[in-house]
Design a protein around this ligand. Structure first.
Ligand code: HEC
Ligand code: HEC
Length: 418
């Protein structure tokens, strides 16, 4: 079976967003991971007979938290929590240096979405879920800042069993397990067994997180963290004060907040960040070394633009008709300006430019790169428009517009999905 390979994830990203993602090399399946499937099932889809949950939809930070929680004896220590005891033993057997690798394999696993097994009242469950969504999200896909995992995509029998465990103090048992204790407190809005079944049935009716959701809430977000500061909302900030993150050992900081705020925005499909890598050695040349377009972005390919006539009274093909390279480049950018505005874009959204220059007969047949740059630098790398695209500039023999035409530019732009 070849289900545990990273390229699968890369492919998911590619097809859903048209983003060019370098496929990663498949990593060999770690030995330590293989026995996890004995209880959790092939493809880690969960196995009710063993009371072992589905793991494939869980976020990497939550998996790491839980494995550490079992290893420290915070989870699975209550004397009557037999299944928790079993998993605690399995976690303790895991060699320390394989932990990260195991988590990576779990998150790259793709498995079928579970079928509902409980016959709860979904409408009643939905009403109860109102108190859960502050932490687990309205879509049940979790919230990293609050350390609340994705519960959509989980087997309903396991969701019900864990809720019962929290209510019975079997989980959230250790006072050091601050996240478990928090969830234990939250479980008490459920008054009886039918509340548990109803809310579990409602959770089972929510769409399971996709590969893209998971990537969006971890890797992509982590990278865009710094640019996301302005996305922090008051709600997120308030929620955080109630959420100690002792377990992960990292103090909750602005970066984490920003990441979660962005995760929320990303999963709502609103904003994505475009990352621009500068040229090496502090070069001030006004182009980017590379531009990274993340999930949640639409790419727009704009056709090449050629200049308008500078002097229509002049003879076509003459030097005066289109003007020199600088005049022509300014004309091309002017055309772009109105065409881009028309589709809700601006030069700041450009991620890649290809510039075709014809040799200028008045410059010994060489392209007038300086003339082009003089026009370019009025549109890119200015105070008002600092975003730099990746760019290539090439001298060509001629353009379809005929003699006299010295420049054509095409552009790729990225805009956040609506
Ligand atoms: C002996 C059977 C068994 C084995 C082997 C096993 N698990 Fe588990 N695992 C369980 C059970 C049962 C639970 C649910 C515990 C509970 O009820 O609290 C669980 C829970 C978990 C959880 C918590 C999931 C959640 O949603 O909170 C993680 C993570 C996990 N296992 C990972 C692993 C990994 C990784 C391995 C392999 C190194 C592994 N397990 C091996 C039985 C097993
Ligand atoms: C105050 C925030 C908060 C609220 C409100 C909350 N949860 Fe949780 N929930 C958490 C956290 C944090 C965890 C992870 C606990 C841990 O680390 O062991 C969790 C864990 C869970 C788990 C275990 C998931 C797993 O994979 O083992 C389930 C199921 C769950 N919550 C369901 C619910 C339901 C249903 C509600 C509403 C009745 C709810 N939660 C309300 C924060 C919350």
């Amino acid at each position: 079976m070849r289900l545990w390979t990273k390229p699968l994830m890369a492919a998911a990203l590619l097809s859903a967003h048209g983003t060019v993602t370098q496929a990663q090399q498949p990593t060999p399946v770690p030995e330590s991971y293989q026995h996890c499937t004995v209880c959790h099932g092939t493809q880690l889809m969960g196995n009710e007979t063993n009371s072992a949950p589905r793991l494939s939809h869980l976020q990497d930070w939550y998996l790491t938290n839980q494995l550490n929680s079992f290893r420290r004896g915070w989870r699975g220590s209550h004397p009557e929590d037999h299944k928790g005891n079993e998993m605690q033993a399995a976690a303790k057997n895991l060699p320390e240096d394989t932990l990260q690798q195991t988590v990576d394999f779990i998150t790259s696993t793709v498995s079928p979405v579970p079928h509902p097994t409980l016959n709860g009242d979904v409408e009643k469950g939905k009403a109860l879920f109102a108190s859960c969504q502050a932490c687990h999200g309205a879509d049940g896909k979790g919230n990293e800042v609050l350390k609340a995992p994705a519960i959509a995509g989980q087997n309903d029998w396991y969701v019900a069993k864990q809720l019962t465990n929290f209510l019975a103090n079997k989980r959230g048992y250790s006072s050091e397990d601050s996240n478990g204790v928090m969830m234990k407190a939250a479980s008490h809005v459920l008054q009886n067994e039918s509340d548990v079944i109803n809310v579990a049935s409602y959770v089972a009716s929510l769409a399971a997180p996709t590969e893209v959701d998971r990537i969006a809430s971890s890797a992509v977000v982590a990278e865009s963290t710094q640019q996301a500061g302005h996305n922090i909302s008051a709600t997120n900030t308030n929620q955080t004060t109630t959420s100690p993150s002792k377990e992960s050992g990292e103090p909750m900081n602005k970066k984490a907040l920003a990441a979660a705020a962005l995760a929320t925005t990303l999963s709502a499909g609103a904003v994505a960040e475009t990352k621009r890598y500068p040229l090496p050695n502090n070069s001030t040349f006004p182009i980017a070394r590379a531009v990274e377009v993340s999930a949640g972005t639409d790419l727009v390919y704009h056709s090449g633009q050629v200049p308008a006539a500078a002097d229509e009274s002049a003879e076509k093909g003459s030097r005066k008709y289109y003007g020199d390279t600088y005049t022509q480049a300014m004309s091309v950018f002017k055309k772009f300006e109105s065409s881009l505005a028309d589709i809700g874009l601006g030069f700041g959204d450009a991620v890649k430019l290809t510039v075709f220059l014809v040799g200028d007969p008045e410059m010994d047949g060489k392209m007038d790169f300086g003339g082009f740059m003089k026009a370019y630098t009025q549109h890119f790398g200015t105070e008002e428009q600092p975003n730099l695209p990746a760019r290539s500039a090439i001298q060509i023999a001629g353009l379809a517009g005929g003699p006299g035409m010295l420049i054509e530019i095409e552009m790729v732009l990225a805009k956040p999905e609506k």
